[in-house]
Design a binder for this molecule. Sequence first.
Ligand code: ATP
Length: 361
Amino acid sequence: MADHLIEIDRVTKSFGAYTAVTQTSLTIARGEFLAIMGSSGCGKTTLLRMLAGLEEPSSGEIRLDGVLQNGLPAWERDLPLVWQSLALFPFLSVLDNVSFGLKMRGMAKAERHAKSQVWLKKLELEEFAQRNVSQLSGGQRQRVALARALVTEPKVLLLDEPLSALDAHLSVRMQALLRSLQRELGITFIYVTHSQTEAFSMADRVVVMSRGKVEQIGAPKDIYRHPANRFVAEFIGNVNIFRGLVEAVAHGVATLRTPLGLMTASVGKVEVQVGAEADFFINADQMQLGPAAGEANHMQGKLLSYKFVGNMVTLYLECAGGAELKLNIPEPAYDSAGIKIGDTLQTNWTASAAHMFQQSA
Ligand code: ATP
């Protein structure tokens, strides 16, 4: 048995002169929940469609359990796809839609209906069993599509924005349900989404793509805390990015001269040269309000606006030279600071909050 359930090995997909996916390699473990994110048109769906057998790679190999999938039609792969524009049969009932895959496998009616009912129950669709799918809401149809894919108990489930038609409340419930089903069944999920919340709350690992290439793969926390490059940092959007001239490097920490003052950043594995310019980032939730504690790692700015995000408040500051800065502070800290738009605020952070990017983008 192969170590990895799925291997995507230097896969490229071109449509005429346009290359949608470029030399992408990725391995996915058995039972893993992998989320793929990236800006619109970056190749997420194309990658998923190649796994499902709905597109053929222009080059490179896709293996499932060590078996080459290139050239196999979709119906010969154990890789069902649940996608945004659902291909349910509008003239069939919910129950018949869900049991369709089992019927194709030759399962007797009583057995396939009993199995399908179990999934309708899990996805809270029991009451709609006899209803025609055309009489369901978009969210209900998405759940029918999920039940239809899960009833066949595939090794892998490919999901393309399966929760996009749901309201926020139902989406959160479905995220919890999907995650627990995935764990319980041990099915490998490959899940394409635009929603950072969905990806970060459910996935074991997240892939961030841009222009047909993988920019970073990692656990949600790693991607959140340590975006590999400027693209990922801007895409995730929780950090402030700076550029500075490296003045010194000692004990894994670089001291940089920036237009906003002296700052320090952990170097990690990057080779930093004194006298060169380098980009680095500071997590917005690791900056705090308050005066400078030392020579480096502080600045001031005028409060432009603020936004409540759960129990945190994001403050947007305008700093010297028009640079914008955001910081996330806990709501009690915001309340006790008694601040208002237009105030000049001091902010500081500890040296460990700033890091050099580990890759160039
Ligand atoms: P979105 O988030 O908007 O769904 P995506 O990341 O899933 O985007 P893809 O659907 O994979 O993006 O498309 C990647 C690129 O390939 C896009 O520029 C798209 O226009 C192009 N593309 C996809 N399918 C085809 C096709 N059949 N023929 C030509 N170009 C295509």
